[in-house]
Design a protein around this ligand. Structure first.
Ligand code: CA
Length: 231
């Protein structure tokens, strides 16, 4: 089991949306489809996706206007937007990027190109979603195989704890406040209380056994993962 990045597809043509969704699903992503601006907004209000694929020409509010709106909203401004359009000329490209899109892809595109663009925006915006392995001291985590090990012995870590550990390991030796962990790990702290972080940190320490002491509580500030724990 992996943490599958959630991809919101905002596209009014069902055939194209379906093609994208099938490809994304086959490649370890979790696609969600919205066929118009209203549905897309409703979806965003409920769950923040990791990436938005945004069609330019939509019935009602255009993709360009949506991109501008989401960029202007503190809750959605960090979500990467990949604009999708049939028009590929220069003024449109500039308008899309001006509206806050992270990248731009022109129809028709190959599934391979779409995946490459999605991975690229994920890497830029949220390195912890992009996969790959990381080691701190004798603690290792591989996001592609979903494995955690300590002194080369495999450890069992739950999905949320895995995400949390991944974030700690990609940003070691730094203190992270509960609020910032909610933002970066849960992606959307609107409906989650800060003490949830404490619960998952506790579970993570338990799952890590001897390596649990690498996750230090910094009084009044938050948590830190360190290669050289104090005790
Ligand atoms: Ca369209």
């Amino acid at each position: 089991m992996r943490n599958q990045p959630r991809i919101l597809i905002v596209e009014d043509e069902p055939a194209i949306a379906e093609l994208m969704a099938v490809n994304l699903r086959h490649n370890g992503f979790q696609p969600v489809w919205a066929s118009d601006a209203v549905t897309a907004q409703k979806e965003l209000d409920e769950v923040l996706p990791d990436v938005i694929l945004l069609d330019w020409m939509l019935p009602g509010e255009s993709g360009l206007s949506l991109a501008r709106r989401w960029r202007g909203n503190p809750r959605t401004k960090q979500v990467p937007i990949l604009m999708i359009t049939a028009r590929g000329d220069e003024p449109d490209r500039v308008a899309g990027l001006d509206a806050g899109a992270d990248d731009y892809i022109v129809k028709p595109f190959s599934p391979r190109e779409l995946l490459a663009r999605i991975r690229a925006v994920l890497r830029r915006r949220a390195p912890e979603q992009a996969g790959g392995a990381v080691s701190i001291g004798q603690l290792s985590l591989d996001a592609d195989t979903y494995r955690v090990s300590w002194q080369e012995q495999p450890l069992k870590v739950g999905p949320t704890e895995f995400k949390l550990l991944q974030f700690f390991m990609r940003h070691p030796e730094r203190v992270h406040s509960r609020g910032s962990l909610l933002d970066k790990v849960w992606g959307d702290h609107v409906y989650i209380e800060e003490r949830t972080v404490d619960v998952h940190v506790k579970r993570l320490r338990e799952a890590l056994g001897d390596a649990g002491k690498m996750i230090e509580t910094v009084r009044g500030a938050g948590y830190r993962l360190t290669a050289s724990p104090a005790a």
